[in-house]
Design a protein around this ligand. Structure first.
Ligand SMILES: Nc1ncnc2c1ncn2[C@@H]1O[C@H](COP(=O)(O)OP(=O)(O)OP(=O)(O)O)[C@@H](O)[C@H]1O
Ligand SMILES: [Mg+2]
Length: 313
């Protein structure tokens, strides 16, 4: 059984003073996420990530399509007991402490007082808030609040965890800790579906990613497959100041510094470039394949339609 099946889910919001102007936030989206996967839902601002998550959580009514989580339809209480959700901008009562808040949430999700007493400190430890367990939330930084939100989403040991921008507002250390936590959740057999802008985090964590733009699914696949699809470049470095003539025909980008030259050439021209260096008797110092990052791929996917949609530069 797939963990999440999204079947043509779409959303059009009525906007304007009379709410008559339709605003299409999500075009029909179909995606399947398998159990145990870490799935990254990527897209620029306004792509429709939060809208999708809210529909899956039953917080926003879809204009069309449907979805199944753990084989059950949206809104099914038995399914909802087995999922966790971190909203994009979680809001908590300022005057509660994280211990009180998590105990409250734990009881809401069916934990007994005894279970909550055991689980809450364990959870606070897990998200690095042990020392702040009894401090009121109004004194917390954004990053600390985000950790409380993450603790809340996994407290009841859900099978599928939905996180909307879990790394937002965290410093590099905090991001690293959240990454580790997401990996641990995967090792426990959970499925994680998270949205993010931070592509390096998606690259490091995700089994697969989907790229959404202007409400439309652009691509879905394993990060390695997506990034190898646009062909990489290689970097050649040699001693001397000579740049063989053949290099300009190969579309090379050359930079001479001191007594070395550094050239970037398309992967497909590697042999021709090496041959040109040999002919000139130039000594190669290094040859390094430059992997296309998810960031480059993302930009290449998102740019063309921004031009057609007249998006901001
Ligand atoms: N309640 C609403 N009423 C009208 N339009 C909305 C509503 N919520 C979202 N939208 C619009 O739907 C589109 C998608 O928004 P959404 O919040 O899902 O994007 P997102 O990918 O989560 O963006 P971000 O990265 O900024 O969080 C945007 O154009 C947004 O303005
Ligand atoms: Mg959002």
């Amino acid at each position: 059984m797939s963990a999440i099946e999204i079947l043509g889910l779409e959303k059009t919001y009525p906007v304007g003073f009379w709410r008559k102007r339709p605003k299409r936030a999500l075009k029909p989206l179909s995606l399947t996420i398998e159990e145990g996967e870490i799935f990254g839902f990527l897209g620029p601002n306004g792509a429709g990530k939060t809208t999708t998550l809210k529909m899956l959580m039953g917080l926003v009514f879809p204009s069309g399509g449907t979805a199944r989580i753990l084989g059950r339809p949206i809104g099914d209480p038995a399914m909802q007991a087995q999922i966790g959700f971190l909203p994009e901008q979680p809001y908590f009562y300022d005057h509660l402490t994280p211990r009180e808040l998590l105990t409250y949430y734990g009881q809401l999700s069916g934990l007994t007082t005894k279970e909550a007493e055991r689980k809450v400190p364990e959870m606070l430890d897990r998200v690095g808030l042990r020392d702040a367990a009894n401090v009121q939330l109004r004194k917390f930084s954004k990053g600390m609040l985000q950790r409380v939100g993450i603790a809340q989403s996994i407290l009841h040991n859900p099978k599928v965890v939905f996180l909307d921008e879990p790394m937002s507002g965290l410093d590099p250390m905090g991001r690293h800790e959240v990454r580790d936590l997401i990996e641990q959740l995967k090792h426990e057999g959970k499925t994680i579906f998270f949205s993010t802008h931070i592509l390096s985090d998606a690259e490091a964590l995700c089994d697969r990613v989907a790229i959404l733009h202007l409400g439309e699914l652009r691509k879905v696949g394993a990060v390695a497959d997506l990034t190898s699809a646009i062909g990489g470049r290689i970097e050649l470095v040699w001693r001397g100041a000579t740049i063989p003539q053949a290099f300009s025909a190969l579309g090379a980008e050359c930079h001479a510094t001191g007594d070395t030259v550094r050239a970037l050439v398309p992967e497909s021209s590697q042999e021709a470039a090496m041959e040109a260096l040999r002919r000139e008797g130039l000594r190669l110092i290094s040859l390094t394949p430059l992997r296309t990052s998810l960031e480059d791929y993302f930009v290449s996917q998102v740019k063309p339609s921004e031009a057609t949609a007249g998006g901001k530069p």
